[in-house]
Design a protein. Structure first.
Length: 312
């Protein structure tokens, strides 16, 4: 344990945010034959939406109601100490104006060209004393080079991560998608993981990085990431964080109002912290960028119960 990870070890409770162009589908795709297919951040893939159609929909994405202060206030109301938002999910769409391609919220949307939601969130989080981190998917469904020319893809990925680290100074990076077998000749291997981790620590030696940057071994990154489960005991003294949905999806789905109850959420928070883990509880803002009222309500319940609301 090092002083570098001290804030994270003490935090115990964070907010995960799955937000992207997929949020604009609101969890439902109507096929040309009229049948309906449902999923959230995976909708492109699970519902086999043709790329051209998926891109057209992204061009209408306009999260004009995204309010960074409201998001941070919701986190505060729950007693959450850090926020991890999807900067790029598997569909490859960047939520900041990346210079590596045009598949991003600035260049491929109907959103205000002067706004940058990651910058807005960073500013609001800093003002509230909340740490900000970025989820970043190694797997990319949009960039043809993910399969065609992996070296070229990796170069763009490094460039995007440099944009994120230099431009927004995140406290943490949360990798995912290292497990894909989409490219059988170029699976993410331990050399890839080691090289990427070393590169990032060269950019900012204080970064906290999850172990999905590599092969999820105890020695990879700073902490393990069991998903939708709370392990009975920590693995080999490794720091860990359990991420969970607050309903049944990560991304927004308008029909999903199956909010976990206050007692369930509080039990999960207690179970993780009593085993020295962190609890990363997810919300999925809707296509306009609004935090669903049901999610905000459950977050406040946790804060009211634990008495930490507004204490920072
Ligand atoms: C991944 C994503 O595919 C998903 O959309 C979401 O972002 C989630 C937080 O992470 O899903 C996973 C990742 C790892 C496993 C399962 C689902 N796993 O190791 O079993």
């Amino acid at each position: 344990t090092s002083s570098r990870t001290a804030w994270w070890r003490d935090a115990r409770f964070g907010m995960f945010i799955h937000f992207g162009d997929y949020s604009n589908w609101e969890g439902e795709y109507t096929r040309p034959d009229g049948t309906v297919c449902r999923d959230a951040e995976w909708i492109k893939r699970s519902c086999t939406i043709p790329m051209a159609e998926y891109e057209q929909k992204a061009a209408t994405f306009n999260p004009r109601n995204f309010d960074a202060n409201a998001v941070v206030a919701a986190a505060k109301s729950a007693g959450q100490k850090y926020i991890v938002i999807t900067s790029k999910h598997h569909d490859g769409y960047a939520m900041w104006p990346t210079r590596q391609n045009a598949w991003n919220l600035r260049d491929h949307s109907s959103f205000d060209k002067n706004r940058d939601i990651l910058a807005e969130l960073k500013k609001a989080a800093d003002a509230a004393g909340i740490k900000l981190g970025f989820y970043y998917s190694i797997w990319d469904w949009h960039d043809p080079d993910f399969v065609a020319d992996f070296a070229a893809y990796k170069q763009r990925m490094y460039a995007q991560l440099k944009e994120l680290v230099d431009g927004y100074h995140p406290a943490l990076l949360w990798f995912d998608g290292e497990w894909t077998t989409d490219n059988p000749t170029n699976n993410w291997n331990s050399q890839d993981g080691e090289a990427l981790e070393a590169y990032l620590r060269g950019l900012d030696r204080n970064l906290i990085i999850n172990n999905r940057v590599n092969k999820r071994r105890v020695s990879d990154g700073d902490y393990g990431t069991p998903e939708q489960e709370i392990p009975a005991a920590p693995v080999d003294g490794q720091l860990w964080e359990s991420c969970m949905t607050i309903n049944d999806h990560w991304g927004f789905a308008r029909y999903d109002t199956n909010w976990k109850s206050g007692p369930t959420l509080i039990r999960n928070l207690l179970a993780t912290s009593s085993r020295s883990g962190n609890y990363l509880l997810n919300i999925g803002p809707d296509g306009l960028g609004r935090v669903p009222a049901g999610a905000a309500q459950q977050l406040k319940l946790i804060g009211d119960w634990s008495g930490t609301a507004g204490q920072g």
